[in-house]
Unconditional design. Structure first.
Length: 346
């Protein structure tokens, strides 16, 4: 039963993500066609960066203004929130990876605003997962819990989270951020990008270099740094608490997004298993975080202490199970020598 409880929410989450991701990928393919890996390796960092940003901005959904959403917090569909979360994560990863080619002032401002937007969507995502995945799995095993009271409590929590997200997503600050990103990276209204019009790019003399060789060297350094950053935590998951596991998940996300953005410099023999290992580990650690969020939410729910203790204990068991599976997955990471051999030159 525990094994099924661990897998069911993951399967539902993966299926939902695949649907939304497929839709986003289809729009991206239509609006911004990225060059081949071989062409990317011959491009300058500035040109490649603005093309990647244009691709990420193509996923930025059309959002209503504050007046349109004032009467109804459900005017922003979950798909739009999901797409925007993907876009903000990609943009933050790109800004982090290509930071040597960006003006520090622009970089700080963009990172701060993207972090604000991402955090504004966090509570609604947690509330949705809690309501539709984590607790329904527990409901099947513990029908005696006062789920009517739980549902009423979650309805209020979810409504408040949606209102908070709607306020941020329909605000002038969100629209200003979208415009700021376009100006920063020279992205035009039709989705095309021009590095010469990008205001956030440094002058070539202040960067590691404009030649493809400089970008290749930087790509190798980033890939190595993100890989090394996973250790030793990924080898001792059983010793980590939920906060430390969340911190490791953040490192895994950074390694994954870096590897995806720098795909042209990874050979397929290493790239595919590396991406898949990181993706699976991130999913499992995300499920652990969802269980921890559920444990914190149980503290405020109107149920008996006995039922709260029982549900908390079951969530502990799910965390232990998922941690064990994540440890097994991370043992499949390539060793440092294989990763090094799998890096391409410019």
């Amino acid at each position: 039963m525990l094994r099924n409880m661990t897998r069911a929410p993951l399967a539902a989450s993966a299926a939902s993500s695949e649907v939304f991701s497929a839709a986003a990928d289809a729009r991206q393919a239509e609006e911004v066609a990225l060059p081949s890996s071989a062409q990317m390796r011959r491009m300058s960092a500035s040109r490649l960066l603005v093309m990647h940003v244009a691709s990420a901005l193509a996923q930025w959904p059309a959002l209503p203004d504050a007046a349109e959403s004032a009467a109804n917090t459900d005017t922003i569909p979950p798909e739009a929130v999901h797409q925007l979360r993907i876009a903000t994560r990609r943009l933050r990863a790109l800004i982090d990876i290509y930071s040597p080619w960006l003006k520090p002032r622009w970089q700080r401002q963009l990172v701060a605003e993207l972090r604000w937007l991402g955090h504004s969507m966090g509570p609604v995502r947690d509330a949705d997962v809690l309501t539709t995945e984590t607790l329904p799995a527990l409901r099947l095993e513990y029908p005696d819990v006062d789920w009517i009271a739980v549902d009423a409590h979650l309805s209020k929590v979810r409504s408040d989270a949606r209102a908070q997200a709607a306020t941020a997503l329909t605000s002038e600050r969100q629209r200003a951020l979208h415009a700021l990103l376009r100006d920063a990276f020279g992205v035009h209204g039709d989705g095309t990008a021009d590095a010469r019009a990008a205001k956030a790019l440094r002058r070539p003399s202040r960067t590691p270099g404009k030649r493809p060789r400089a970008l290749a060297k930087h790509a190798h350094n980033v890939l190595r740094e993100r890989y090394i950053g996973l250790f030793p935590d990924c080898r001792q998951l059983a010793m980590l608490d939920t906060e430390q596991l969340h911190a490791l998940r953040v490192k895994i996300k950074k390694a994954r997004y870096s590897a995806e953005a720098l795909t042209p410099w990874l050979r397929k023999s290493v790239r595919s298993p590396y991406h898949e290992t990181l993706r699976t580990a991130q999913t499992l650690l995300g499920h652990i975080n969802d269980a921890a969020v559920a444990q914190r939410a149980l503290e405020d729910m109107p149920i008996s202490a006995k039922h709260r203790e029982t549900l908390t204990g079951r969530l502990d068991a799910i965390i232990v199970n998922a941690t064990s599976r994540a440890a097994h997955v991370l043992c499949q990471l390539p060793d440092a020598h294989r990763l090094e051999r799998g890096m391409r030159k410019a």
